[in-house]
Design a protein around this ligand. Structure first.
Ligand SMILES: [Zn+2]
Length: 425
């Protein structure tokens, strides 16, 4: 699996200057990495002056000037006129020139396959959605080949809206919930498909005649945070998503961590209780089996009208009703949020004890009601982490919308395009 049209490689590597002691061979790997460092610095800071790139990377101002000239010429970076430099005499009045990624440098196709929707977005180089097409469909009730056909049709519609052909895009990223082998494009298990080991990446690549990148949907949210989120400069953080299922994406040292079999970070299927509640994965006692939308609706079955939790639409409506009851201080509804929040908090405490992350981002549709979980989550964190309250990581709830997944799919392609060097170096 790969991506065509690599802008950086197409246009050649930057002219080496050698003045930073970068050794220059026939094949200028070091020069390419230096270029990526500069591009990453611009990406992480959104808008940045050349002098600040120089300070942050340790590259000389001359090198930064030469590399940014290349990036501007290639159309990847643009100059913005910023405010006059602080401390400069005003009569000199020269506005400070800031560098930013060029939003129009390229377009990426992003797809999310959810239990009840196939969402296709076309995004630009900074993750803004420029066109979108959603198809309402009960994915689980369809053959995988039929789902692939619907994805292809959705892509065609979204491209038509954007006035583009597939060949004019930089690549295709697809997010699917479940155990997804990113390297081979294999869906080992997914709640959206009725069967295991579906080579969905290959099926899509064959249909589209283009390479396709497939990944776990929660990994895509982590990539979206890493590329376009308010904490994009953070080197280490984890994202936990709660909606149909409970997912997680782990960024360590600026890299998404995937694990030996590329199915790491399955926080939702870590066990919280031996022989506990039945999970969609077939095992018992998973975090997801207490915290996911379907699990909360299942719990609410004692006092709410019966709901078929295999139907995502019905589950969503039932959860809306549960949230409404909890907002109205219904004790039984509040109790369900309290229990789910406690389990989620214990799970997060385990993660904190293992990883000691500086930042945890909570996301996913269920986190629209984060305030209903919050007290229970924090109490569980205080009771179950090894440090004191002052040692807890920052816990942030980031705004949620389907565009997050689209941004993640775009980031998946961009991540491959630019192959972010480790440690920003
Ligand atoms: Zn499970």
């Amino acid at each position: 699996v790969g991506v065509n049209n690599l802008p950086v490689k197409q246009k050649g590597l930057p002219k080496p200057t050698g003045e930073d002691g970068v050794s220059v061979g026939d094949f200028d790997v070091a020069g390419g990495i230096t270029k990526l460092r500069v591009l990453n610095e611009i990406r992480r800071r959104e808008a940045v002056a050349r002098v600040d790139i120089s300070t942050a990377t340790g590259l000389s101002r001359g090198t930064v000037t030469a590399i940014t000239a290349d990036l501007i010429q290639e159309g990847l970076v643009i100059e913005l006129e910023g405010a006059p430099e602080a401390g400069m005499p005003s009569q000199r009045g020269r506005p400070r020139v800031l560098l930013s990624l060029n939003p129009d440098a390229l377009r990426v196709v992003g797809v999310k396959v959810a239990p009840d929707t196939i969402a296709v977005s076309i995004t630009n180089f900074i993750g803004d959605v420029v066109a979108r097409h959603d198809t309402a469909v009960q994915v689980r009730l369809r053959e995988p080949e039929d789902v692939a056909r619907l994805v292809q049709e959705g892509i065609d519609h979204a491209l038509a809206l954007a006035g583009l052909t597939l060949a004019q895009t930089a690549g295709i990223g697809i997010g699917v919930p479940g155990f997804i082998d990113h390297a081979s494009g294999l869906c080992r298990w997914s709640p959206v498909f009725g069967e295991a080991d579906i080579p969905f990446g290959q099926m899509m690549a064959k249909r589209l005649g283009r390479p396709v990148l497939l990944d776990n949907d929660a990994n895509l949210v982590a990539l979206a945070e890493q590329w376009f989120g308010p904490r994009r400069a953070e080197s280490d953080f984890l994202v936990v998503t709660v909606e149909h299922g409970v997912g997680m994406g782990l960024v360590l040292d600026h890299r998404l961590y995937r694990g030996a079999l590329r199915v790491a970070s399955e926080f939702g299927h870590t066990k919280i209780q031996q022989g506990g509640a039945l999970c969609r994965c077939g095992q018992r006692g998973c975090v997801e089996a207490y915290v996911a939308e379907y699990a909360m609706v299942r719990e609410a079955g004692a006092f709410m009208p019966a709901c078929d939790i295999s139907d995502p639409q019905a589950t969503r409506l039932a959860l809306d009703e549960l949230a409404r009851l909890a907002e109205a201080k219904d004790p039984m509804a509040l109790d369900i949020y309290h229990r789910a929040g406690t389990i989620l908090g214990i799970g997060l405490a385990n993660l904190i004890n293992i990883l000691n992350p500086p930042l945890i981002v909570l996301s996913g549709r269920a986190m629209r009601s984060a305030h209903l979980f919050w007290e229970a989550i924090m109490a569980a964190l205080r009771a179950n982490t090894v440090g004191g309250e002052q040692d807890l990581p920052r816990i942030e709830v980031h705004p949620w919308g389907d565009d997050v997944w689209a941004r993640g799919a775009a980031a998946l392609v961009l991540d491959r395009l630019y192959q972010l060097p480790q440690n920003g170096s």
